[in-house]
Design a binder for this molecule. Sequence first.
Ligand SMILES: C[S@@+](CC[C@H](N)C(=O)[O-])C[C@H]1O[C@@H](n2cnc3c(N)ncnc32)[C@H](O)[C@@H]1O
Ligand SMILES: [Mg+2]
Length: 210
Amino acid sequence: EADRKECTQVTHVHEWDPGSVIQAIDHYCRNKEWAMNVGDEKGCILDSVVSEVNPATVLELGTYCGYSTVRIARLLPPHAKLITLEFNPAVAAIARQVIAWAGLEDKVQLVEGASGDFIPRIKEQFGVKTFDLVFLDHWKEYYLPDTKLMEECGLLRKGSVLLADNVVCPGAPDYLEYVRSSPRYESRYFKSHLEYTKVEDGLEKSVFLG
Ligand SMILES: C[S@@+](CC[C@H](N)C(=O)[O-])C[C@H]1O[C@@H](n2cnc3c(N)ncnc32)[C@H](O)[C@@H]1O
Ligand SMILES: [Mg+2]
């Protein structure tokens, strides 16, 4: 009965209410079909990092259906901008809809393309100097090359925060080894669980020291 009640409550998405969009997606993915959103448990860690950094410029690598995009964008201060990148047009179309439902189109710029092509063009094409926060959540083998590319392109400043999802499951060992051993980063692991499961996973927060 309680479950049915919760179900009726959350399956009705209130338009322009980011909280209800997030809740409906989490409910669906817990009860019907697993999906690779950062999810509610790691989402709380993501929320606290976003609130602490209070970024004016955010880059998200890997939009998927826009779940984490909505989570991040709803916490941004006025006039802040989130650029989110997705190379699969089918999921990008879903994300556009999800972002619109949440009423966050003004804060979010969804770009369709591959990170390796896009990162070198950001400064010129999007007028961004540096990012205060980068959320890495695309395919795990790109975390390290794309981080090095962001460094080369001057997109990180002293104090920029990289937050990487799924560093344990599926895992990004070369990236972890890099941020944990490089003197250019101060890095910390936040232990949690893979979205909608009890399997260990976590987020790595790495502050760029310049
Ligand atoms: C784990 S999902 C992102 C989940 C999302 N951040 C969330 O928590 O709601 C990863 C996404 O990254 C996209 N992707 C993977 N590699 C990419 C790349 N190099 N450039 C752009 N998008 C990429 C995939 O198509 C996929 O939709
Ligand atoms: Mg993830």
